[in-house]
Ligand binder design. Structure first.
Ligand code: PCA
Length: 213
């Protein structure tokens, strides 16, 4: 049996749930395909500990593919991230009170890493299943981008493909605010379809999915 590691984050800022963890915990133990099982793990929302925790899970599970997920506050769809950048620039403190400004994720590391997942095929698979999805050109500069960068850095040059997905708030988190959200069962199914497409696709589809600015 092979393993696909999916991570989600603990709540942060003002929220008392994080939809990324609420969704991936429902996929823990699910058979993705013949002989491939999803294992879900929760990461702390802290610059000092999230990367360590991710590395421990990778060492323990030796997964065949790794997809980290997080809440993208204000996102309206399942956002498949294209690129992780070598910058921490926190607008708010993390859960340990740390707020790095303009520091590198990895001293002397490359400016950026691309996702090694078939991002266009993943967007198409989620949309075909009836959920909104798009390629996102930035994972921000907070803990999600840091984890995404550390993940790509750790697995660079290996056969283990990896990437990052941001998900929207849940409807109950945005009541009366006019902010976008997505129901939990749709996030769960959207993630499952995205992960399945990533697993089954070795050459990405050519589909328009960029942004003008
Ligand atoms: N979202 C934050 C960190 C944890 C999470 O779920 C981010 O986008 O950086």
């Amino acid at each position: 049996m092979q393993t696909v590691l999916l991570t989600g984050f603990e709540p942060f800022d003002q929220d008392d749930v994080n939809p990324s963890w609420e969704a991936v915990r429902q996929l823990d133990g699910v058979l993705l395909d013949v002989d491939v099982q999803i294992v879900a793990r929760r990461l702390p929302c802290a610059f000092a500990t999230a990367g360590e925790c991710l590395a421990r899970s990778i060492n323990e599970l030796r997964p065949a593919m790794v997809i980290a997920t997080g809440l993208g506050p204000g996102r309206s769809d399942i956002s498949i991230e294209r690129v992780a950048i070598n910058v921490n620039d926190a607008r708010i403190p993390d859960n340990l009170g740390e707020q790095p400004v303009d520091t590198p994720v990895v001293d002397g590391g490359p400016a950026a890493y691309f996702s090694t997942l078939p991002i266009k095929s993943m967007v198409k698979a989620v949309r075909d299943a009836g959920m909104a999805a798009s390629v996102s050109q930035t994972a921000g500069t907070f803990v999600c981008n840091q984890v995404f960068y550390l993940l790509q850095h750790a697995l660079a040059g290996t056969a283990v493909r990896s990437g990052f997905i941001h998900v929207p708030w849940l409807p109950e988190q945005v009541v009366g605010s006019g902010r976008p959200s997505m129901a939990l069962d749709r996030i769960v199914e959207g993630l499952r379809r995205a992960v399945l497409a990533a697993w089954q696709t070795s050459v990405d589809a050519t589909e328009a999915g960029g942004q003008v600015s």
